[in-house]
Design a protein around this ligand. Structure first.
Ligand SMILES: Cc1cc2nc3c(=O)[nH]c(=O)nc-3n(C[C@H](O)[C@H](O)[C@H](O)COP(=O)(O)OP(=O)(O)OC[C@H]3O[C@@H](n4cnc5c(N)ncnc54)[C@H](O)[C@@H]3O)c2cc1C
Length: 637
């Protein structure tokens, strides 16, 4: 299979404009003749659905929550990047492009990243026009703060609720279209299969989560903005409902899954406190603007933070990376936290935590300023841990947070299945092997507001779409597939809960395909997952029936898909014999313990083709070339 990225050539700053010019257009009067199915109403899906409808297309939008407002995007705390250079501190589109390619450890497409940096400027204007209440300075200008992997302040924010405010902006744009009758919204509706006819994506099969009713929706193109799959690890910072089902089932219909092992571990999360915990909580990266990360110099030091004098503290990030200090990128910060804990210098009861200390910032700026900047995060920390972070340092530890892998897409955001577009965290596109903080919101909104609305018209204008009846063999086959999965799950009548299987799977993945990986561990995981998957299908216990509200059934379907995905992640990690970004293979590191890439052999995106459950998938490679930012060992020193 030839992977055509459709990545333009020529001067990088002109590529998107030139490409856009050469895309075919759909006449405004013809747009309403096309129906586009948008699955997902988070920042990516919501912004896409609203914009496509504004352009005149007929849109059907689906989400599994009761309202688009509850998409996981609402949880985003810290901010959104844009190269506005309001601080006049040396930022530019080129610098954002450079930081992102370097931050992703040279495993992303240059053309995509440059476009993302360019479009970042429009996103802020769009959101401000919508009324998104970004923080402002005294003068009234929009304020910025810094995030990891950058030496400029380019992160726009709305306290610690940036995702919520951006989502409200996208949501009101979506509601406007719902009111105008151009978007038909289907909340509490889960996509369970993709309908492919004559090689093109033409529809989806859904289950109404309240009544259990199965339905097929036919359209001229399908857009998946269904978010990331970090919950495959069971414990993650993602909302509990986040899952892989939409993209995994599209993968089983032929969509290639790229770089599945590229997962991001976020350095600043509230540490795990016990075996029965079901969720981890992020403490935003923005806290590292003012918080200092440290551990005791001595191993096994059990004194409280205030009892440890300055001279006996190790501010290890500031010591090792003086240029970037506490704001090194996430992969680097996480790995270093793990190293000091492995070295016996972790803090707290489990020893699996480091301090994030605001003492100096409070002394310098006053409690009021810190409260104004991070008040809701401090409150959240206090409610969960019972400790007051204004008085004593937070204890934090890395946790699974984001997935850079996802369905393979070309420059137009179309997967290898014609008519199937994938946007936001669900695709693999712009972040390479490590996403920089505050760049996910930027990418989701770039895709939804600015990229997809331009590119999808080219496909629609270039193809003919026959009317599809629900009696079509492909529709029947997809519906029967969904029915069979549901029936099989309900007929198990086993003894173990869905969560117990999920927790066991997550533990295997975290231990052997988590923050550090090695060949032996990955092979072990690959020997443990298939028997556990088979046991799941024999012994899972689901109460209730198919034609009613049944959340155990919903979760079981998602966990079934996680099992298959987990195997692919381990295989992908095993095949990639190098370290890059968040993919840290212990065998491949520099003498200083940094990720050692192998550009000669692994400068590609690995796009996997599904061949059946338990069958070896086939890998296709999209070579990556770097004309502008030349691959080098990343240094944040
Ligand atoms: C705690 C936390 C804080 C974060 N903070 C930041 C930040 O400050 N800055 C930043 O840039 N990034 C941040 N991120 C990352 C960012 O929030 C996400 O990457 C981004 O919001 C994903 O948006 P999305 O639209 O792709 O997916 P989501 O917001 O997850 O939306 C997915 C949508 O798809 C729907 N869906 C999924 N599957 C199906 C299905 N099978 N059928 C029907 N509908 C389906 C859901 O209902 C939902 O509407 C944070 C992430 C976390 C976990």
């Amino acid at each position: 299979m030839l992977l055509d990225s459709k990545s333009p050539t020529g001067p990088i700053e002109k590529r998107w404009e030139d490409h856009r010019f050469h895309l075919k257009l759909v006449n405004p009067a013809n747009k309403r003749k096309y129906t586009i199915l948008v699955v997902g109403s988070g920042l990516a899906g919501g912004s896409a659905a609203a914009t496509l409808a504004e352009l005149g297309y007929n849109v059907k939008c689906f989400c599994f929550q009761d309202s688009p407002r509850r998409a996981h995007s609402i949880a985003a705390q810290g901010g959104i990047n844009a190269a506005k250079n309001y601080h006049n501190d040396g930022d530019s589109v080129y610098r954002l492009f450079y930081d992102t390619v370097k931050g992703g450890d040279f495993r992303a497409r240059e053309s995509n990243v440059y476009r993302l940096a360019t479009v970042s400027l429009n996103i802020i204007d769009q959101c401000v026009a919508q009324g998104v209440p970004f923080a402002r300075e005294y003068s009234g200008y929009l304020d910025n703060r810094s995030f990891g992997g950058a030496q400029v302040s380019r992160t726009f924010y709305a306290r610690g609720q940036t995702g919520q405010q951006l989502l409200l902006g996208a949501y009101q744009a979506l509601e406007r279209q719902i009111g105008a009758g151009t978007v038909q919204m289907f909340p509490r509706t889960e996509m369970l299969d993709l309908v492919v006819i004559d090689g093109k994506a033409r529809g989806i099969v859904t289950r109404n989560l309240i009544t259990g009713k199965m339905e097929t929706h036919i359209g001229d193109a399908v857009v998946l903005g269904t978010g990331g799959y970090g919950n495959v690890f069971y414990l993650s910072t993602n909302a509990k409902g986040c899952n892989t089902t939409a993209i995994w089932r599209a993968h089983k219909r032929g969509a290639l899954f790229a770089n599945p092992c590229f997962t991001q571990i976020h350095p600043t999360c509230i540490p795990v406190s016990g075996d029965y915990q079901s969720k981890l909580t992020l403490m935003s990266e923005s806290l590292r603007n003012d918080g200092r990360v440290w551990v005791p110099l001595k191993k096994g030091d059990k004194r409280t933070a205030s009892q440890i004098p300055e001279a006996e503290r190790d501010y290890f990030l500031e010591r090792k990376y003086p240029s970037f200090g506490n704001l090194v990128p996430r992969d680097v910060a996480s790995r270093n936290a793990k190293q000091v804990c492995d070295d016996g210098r972790g803090v707290g009861e489990t020893g699996l935590a480091v301090f994030l200390d605001f003492r100096d910032a409070i002394q310098r700026l006053g409690k009021h300023t810190i409260k104004e900047r991070y008040g809701n995060l401090f409150d959240m920390y206090q409610r969960i841990t019972g400790e007051d972070p204004y008085q004593e340092p937070m204890r934090i530890y890395p946790a699974i947070h984001y997935t850079m892998g996802g369905l393979w897409v070309d420059y137009n955001l179309m997967s290898n299945i014609p008519g199937l577009y994938v946007i936001g965290e669900a695709n693999f596109s712009d972040h390479g092997a490590n996403r920089l903080g505050a760049s996910a919101l930027m990418q989701g909104l770039a895709d939804g507001y600015f990229v997809l609305p331009n590119t999808i018209g080219d496909y629609l204008a270039s193809n003919k779409f026959d009317k599809v009846e629900n009696s079509h063999a492909a529709v029947r086959e997809a519906e029967s597939n969904v029915t069979q999965i549901t029936r099989r799950l309900l007929e198990c009548k086993g003894t173990r809960s869905v969560d117990s299987f999920h927790r066991e799977l997550g533990k295997i993945l975290w231990e052997d395909c988590g923050m550090a990986r090695n060949a032996a561990g990955l092979k072990k995981a690959l020997s443990l997952i298939p028997p556990l998957r088979e046991q799941f299908w024999r012994d899972v216990k689901i109460i209730g029936g198919a034609e009613e509200l049944n959340q155990t059934l919903e979760r079981a379907g998602r966990v079934a898909d996680f099992f298959e995905l987990a195997e692919l992640m381990c295989l992908d990690a095993l095949e990639r014999n190098e370290s890059c970004g968040g993919h840290f293979r212990e065998e491949y590191q520099t003498p200083e313990g940094e990720a050692a890439r192998d550009d000669a052999n692994y400068s590609y995106a690995a796009a996997w083709e599904y061949k059946g459950v338990g069958q070896p998938p086939v890998v296709h490679k999209e070579p990556l070339t770097f004309e502008y930012v030349h691959p080098a060992q990343r240094s944040y020193k």
